[in-house]
Design a protein around this ligand. Structure first.
Ligand code: IPM
Ligand code: MN
Length: 370
């Protein structure tokens, strides 16, 4: 199979972790006899520096001509003084809009090998396997009007708008329902319906779809108590559906279940071209030190194979290779807690996953040969 992958490495640790992810994709292509081509373009702070804009038109065009977009991270403290529409993050929001994917899938899995590395007790994280479905194109991130008037109303006034249409809720909710049907058939919809009209619309819309998915059990949770339940009994959750901002916050929190934010991948589907990005940010404080964890990006590569390549077996093989490397005790700094010290760099971690993948493929092929 052929895949044209646009690579937007971005800022901070973006290039380091994306490099390891593309190496793994290349390896998967070689092992499976597939043809993946990679083209690179600028986004975020590096694009501002080079082109004066966080998302040059050439980057948009290249992404729209590709089968999948793999993004590293955006964000650079150098640009903190700029208004939101000029910052590196604006490039990320705009590429999400251009590509049109509205359902951001963020799995959070408790790897047994990391049970001692989470600040939560092993008996709490044991068996946790959550899939967040975060609405990605609506809510406060995109609602108009939005402004900050620094002189207004006695020294400053600002406004952001949370706005959702029923159709926007329906399309993302259907993705969540369908994914729940393929998993443990439980859907938790998160809102703040005791205070917000948007959330009341959200809840009513989810309820109105229940009849189409009779095999799925639906529950509603208020976002504040959800934040607590997630840490208390994470294994109670299967698919968790949220609006944009709530999903941003809860998915970072769920990094605690996995052991680190550096472990979390994501895929955004439903638009013209799927967009793949690890959940973690650009981490400028550790950029270039070899401390970054490439596993979030590598697991994101597995999602590229699953959702854009239809290569489920290959995706599972990468996930298994990651689990194996963790079981062997290899740790970057972010997952070195408790009794384990950090013992590998970003690059070494990438190579170890590559080796584990090669070994599992060899084993697989020799099984076929027998
Ligand atoms: C994420 C990030 C982004 C978001 C930022 C960088 C715009 O935090 O992907 O979770 O809030 O969506
Ligand atoms: Mn975030």
């Amino acid at each position: 199979m052929k895949l044209k992958i646009a690579v937007l490495a971005g800022d901070g640790i973006g290039p380091e972790v994306t490099h390891e992810a593309t190496q793994i994709l290349q390896a998967a292509a070689e092992f499976g006899g597939h043809e993946f081509t990679f083209t690179e373009a600028l986004i975020g702070g590096v694009a501002i520096t080079a082109n004066g804009t966080p998302l040059p038109q050439t980057t948009i065009d290249m992404c729209l001509e590709s089968d999948a977009v793999l993004l590293g991270a955006v964000g650079d403290n150098k640009f903190n003084h700029l208004t939101p529409d000029k910052r590196p993050e604006a490039g990320l929001l705009q590429i999400r809009q251009e590509l049109g994917g509205f359902a951001n899938l963020r799995p959070s899995v408790a790897y047994p090998a990391l049970s001692e590395n989470s600040p939560l007790r092993p008996e709490v994280t044991k068996g946790a396997d959550i899939l967040f479905v975060r609405e990605l194109l609506g809510g406060l991130y995109f609602g108009q009007p939005r402004w900050w008037n620094k002189e207004g109303n006695g020294g400053g006034e600002a406004i952001n708008t949370m706005r959702y249409t029923r159709d926007e809720v329906v399309r993302v909710a259907r993705v969540a329902f369908e994914l729940a049907q393929k998993r443990r058939k439980k859907l938790t919809s998160v809102d703040k319906a005791n205070v917000l009209e948007c959330s009341q619309l959200w809840r009513a819309t989810v309820d109105s779809l229940k009849g189409d998915y009779p095999d799925v059990t639906v529950e509603h949770q208020l976002v504040d108590s959800m934040a607590m339940h997630l840490m208390n009994i994470p294994r109670n959750f299967d698919v968790v559906l949220t609006e944009n901002l709530f999903g941003d916050i809860l998915s970072d929190e769920s990094g605690v279940i996995t052991g680190s934010l550096g472990m979390l991948p994501s895929a955004t589907i439903g638009g013209k071209v799927n967009l793949y990005e690890p959940v973690h940010g650009s981490a400028p404080d550790i950029a270039g030190t070899g401390k970054a964890n490439p596993l979030g990006a590598i697991l994101t590569a597995a999602m590229v194979l699953r959702h854009s390549g239809g290569l489920e077996q290959e995706a599972v093989a990468i996930e298994a290779a990651v689990a194996k490397v963790l079981e062997a005790g290899h740790r970057t700094a972010d997952i070195a807690r408790g009794n384990t010290a950090a013992n590998v760099t970003t690059q070494q971690m990438g190579k170890l996953v590559h080796q584990a993948l090669a070994e599992s493929i060899d084993r697989h092929q020799s099984l076929h040969a027998v």
